[in-house]
Write a protein that binds this ligand. Sequence first.
Ligand code: BGC
Length: 428
Amino acid sequence: MAAYEDAGIRGLGASAAKGRPPDSIPSTERPMRAIFPAALLVGLTGTLFLSACEREGQQNDGPAQATLAAAPTLERRPFGTTADGQQVELFTVTNATGMKVSFTNYGGVITAIEVPDRRGTVEDVTLGFDSLQGYLGEHPYFGSLIGRYGNRIARGRFTLDGKEYRLAVNNGPNALHGGRRGFNRVIWSAEPFQNDSSAGAVLTYTSADGEEGYPGTLRTSVTYTLTNDNSLSFTYRATTDKPTPVNLTQHAYFNLAGDGEGDILAHRLQLNASRFTPVDSTLIPTGELASVKNTPFDFTQPVSIGARINQPDQQLKFGGGYDHTWVLARQGEGLVPAARLHEPESGRVMEILTTEPGIQFYSGNFLDGSITGRAGHVYQHRYGLALETQHFPDSPNKPAFPSTILRPGEEYRSQTVYRFSVEGAAPR
Ligand code: BGC
């Protein structure tokens, strides 16, 4: 805890520090090749999941192998000013293979993830805007850091220790993604760091008692780290002075064919989950953890997202496509494989590992061509998808779900890793 109190005090004025990120979980600094075998040991399901991934195709880390020695670099530059005059910065981290990740301290928004395809062509695989102006306007959480509570809380209400709390209702009858001014719309203090194998920044924000209706002063830190093996990791921590729900996540939208390159229906997805959380018509979980077997929700083997998305299934109807949480197979705590996304034409692959119990797969159903983003790209129906690692929606009202309540004296800790690679040889 002292670590991010320090980080909060140093704030934006600090220049990139050499060495370990102030609040890093040491394992994040290990190369992913070390984390991956560790994750493999977590359980049989994880092992089966990854062997299925391997069957799907051979992975190839391309140029990463040859250049692991060079240290990642970090640049920071002004990224504009908010309506109330606050200066915002943009950070760009480039690793030894040329992979680049850009993010801003406004809302912790990831503004770009640039990775090569199997021909070596580097493209941004996230949806977003060219400038801060776009992120200040209305948009469906492009690249955003979500808090205090990822996804929905029914009718914006919950009762904790006998007291009812009311949150801002900002999505039909429900509260979504932290409220009207969630963590995606606040300015974070950012402390960049660089060392021999990774670079990134520690973002810190203190959410006041009562902000958006949530109890307790929540001191939050999120560390974004890019390593030389094309892994981008997010380490979340928080403490509170009153009991409160916490469920932090990242809401980047992906299109592995490249931003603006059509819809995501040909992407092949595999999820390490044999159950999901069915929802009602307002997308609040019913409380059931249903089997995916013989349903369009079965991604235990790699399947094209478009293969079953239009089937006459009530759950697909409620979501307008996929917009559900999958219950990750895990035994105990620690990082487990959660998802593997593969775009066959480019060969790009993104694997997600997490310490969380669930992953929300949202197939971009509400994108409808009304938003023009980066480079004039018009975001049509399902031009991007989100894979949000998290606890289950509406957990504060579902005592049987894993608890999201953080109490004074405890520390909220969560970690998620996105690992990028390519599959298949470059065409001659
Ligand atoms: C939700 C969707 C929502 C999207 C953008 C996802 O996490 O599940 O229902 O439309 O975020 O807000």
